[in-house]
Design a protein around this ligand. Structure first.
Ligand SMILES: Cc1ncc(COP(=O)(O)O)c(C=O)c1O
Length: 365
């Protein structure tokens, strides 16, 4: 049975029955004891909270720069707070187009500049920091696609964002590490998202026989061209205290999770590489991949392979739901649009069996 997300172990689920764990303990893989850390339910809320804290300190809303290749749903909380967004272009290599950034900054420099390590692949943060220093901006280093710190990842930003819920079998978990002594992030208030739906679904997935369950590839948009429906992000920024306990219980599995992701991605790539018309965006054996990303020669190939593999029960998605501002200016954002139209992202989480993935992809490929 291939599920869209990893299933929690019974030990991880048992952690839900106890009290909440210490936030510092739960954050230990991502931060040192000297770091200031704040937990949120998701990084989308972390981002809005950074902007809100900046506004409180500086007396006006910050100009927040976001790469044009970024998911619109994650900007919901920042948009609702009225944060002015600028979408800066990235190149085909996913790096910011620095020349264009410098040109844009002449009109209005950023206050907060978000740079992303896409899909688990380390990006050059030294150059991002240099740009930020020159423009007087604070760097937000977005590590949402990275499981845990590696050299060059999570070391540079004034704020560092992690999204453990994207990699581990937990329903929530976005962490901000604040390294700028003059800045901070206020603690979230209000309720946390309900755990009930997630828990019920995971228990059914754990207990029911595989043939009874709907295929993971029936979830999410069914056509490559489509984006997920808007409004899927709960408006509750706080992390449920019990999730900190679950996170603490799952920390021991991090090395196994990393190894399984690499192993699954390489096994899948071995089969996918037999078909012409696409190539991996990066070598998944060199990093802990969030997804195995294939760059297709044309949008038609991407669309056709999306259908092929989904029909074989292999979870694969397009990414991301680009912001309307980006789609409205196709000339300026041509490369982000091309990336959206050519990249296919295969799930490789640690709940998958490499052999099963390879067997299914060989059948349909
Ligand atoms: C690059 C990147 N950063 C941040 C986020 C927001 O993460 P979260 O799901 O924790 O809100 C996403 C969401 O998909 C993302 O892809």
């Amino acid at each position: 049975m291939i599920t869209g997300a990893p299933l929690p172990s019974w030990t991880e689920l048992a952690a839900l029955l106890g009290g909440g764990a210490n936030g510092g303990l739960a954050a230990s893989p991502w931060a040192s004891p000297a770091d200031r850390v704040v937990w949120f339910s998701r990084s989308a809320h972390s981002l809005a909270a950074i902007a809100a804290s900046w506004q409180r300190r500086h007396g006006r809303l910050p100009r927040l720069w976001i790469p044009d290749y970024f998911c619109n749903a994650s900007l919901g909380p920042s948009r609702r707070a009225g944060v002015p967004l600028t979408f800066y272009p990235v190149g085909q290599d996913l790096a910011p187009d620095w020349e264009e950034c410098r040109r844009l900054a002449r009109a209005a420099a950023p206050d907060l500049f978000l740079a992303v390590h896409y899909f688990g692949l380390p990006a050059d943060m030294a150059v991002a920091l240099e740009f930020c220093r020159h423009e007087g901006a604070l760097l937000i280093e977005d590590c949402a696609h990275v499981l845990a710190p590696v050299p060059g990842v999570g070391e540079t930003g004034a704020f560092v964002l992690w999204s453990p819920h994207k990699h581990l079998a937990v329903p929530q978990g976005g962490l901000v590490v604040c390294r700028d002594p003059d800045e901070g992030v206020d603690l979230p208030s209000g309720p946390s998202p309900s755990l009930r739906g997630w828990l019920a679904k995971r228990l059914v997935q754990k207990l029911a026989p595989g043939w009874l369950l709907p295929s993971a590839s029936r979830q999410g948009p069914q056509r490559f061209e489509d984006d997920p429906p808007e409004g899927g992000l709960a408006d509750s920024p706080s992390l449920a205290p019990k999730i900190r306990a679950m996170l603490a219980a799952s920390l021991r599995s991090l090395p196994r999770v990393a190894a399984a992701r690499r192993h699954n991605a390489m096994a899948l790539l071995e089969v996918l590489s037999r078909s012409p018309g696409w190539e991996p965006l990066f070598d998944p054996g060199m990093v802990t991949p969030y997804r195995l990303v294939m760059r297709c020669k044309s949008p038609d190939i991407a669309s056709e392979r999306f259908d092929f593999h989904r029909s074989g029960g292999i979870p694969v998605e397009s990414w991301p739901d680009l912001a309307p501002e980006v789609r409205a200016e196709p000339q300026i954002h041509a490369r982000a649009l091309a990336l959206r139209a050519h990249l296919l992202c295969f799930f490789v989480h640690h709940g998958m069996e490499a052999l099963e993935l390879a067997r299914r992809s060989a059948r349909v490929g």
